[in-house]
Write a new protein. Sequence first.
Length: 253
Amino acid sequence: MNGVIASLASWCEWRRSPDWAGKSVGFVPTMGALHGGHRSLLERARAENERVVLSIFVNPSQFNDPNDLASYPRTLEADIALARDWVDVVFTPWPEEIYRDGYRFRVTEHELSRRWEGVHRPGHFDGVLTVVLKLLNAVQPTRAYFGEKDWQQLQLVRGMVDALLLPVEIVACPTVREPDGLAMSSRNRRLTELGRKHAAEFPRALRTARDAAAAASYLRVRGFEVDYVEDHDGVRLGAVRVDGVRLIDNVRL
Ligand code: PAF
């Protein structure tokens, strides 16, 4: 790894250096609190590109709940240690630079973003799409890597790239799971020991129930608060709360 860069001007200077000219660049955008799922994105980016950039930016505009933003895990040193073998640069921009416009300008999608996560987290996808667009413009990658765990986010990012003619390839990477099937997520570390054990029932129910309604009622009986479980386009999507922690997941049908 060459370094950690926070200022946008320093990053742009680095990006323009002869050492990066004409090279393929893989980009993994994250909010930090890295885990095995992120590692798989970084490994893939390393294998497919000559240069790799990881961004770590806890994006305020995608949190509709201020408590959720305040309690989001921030683990920069551990993140750098996890990423250092795979990346050339870690980009940790400042909110004042990313939101120099005070969030006056934003990307809004009017269909898919209103469903599932959009119902329960109003404004969330405006924040996600806006920051992803800004980061893609700053990093100018050849390829950007996103996990399939955030299925709705992935579809929306793909849609934005297509709609706004952005010159980047979006690469979808399979969800990485713990041995008991729980999808790896930065939020898992907020679970108590008991909640963590209980949480593994969530992907199991999505996988094995005969339909979405059966999965939802099974989960309710088992003490989960269910925001939604729905089948769409060959995918079963769900979001639940367990132990006060909100988890999302999806499985292919
Ligand atoms: O998936 C995430 O970690 C975030 O939504 C992303 C894509 C980094 C945008 O902040």
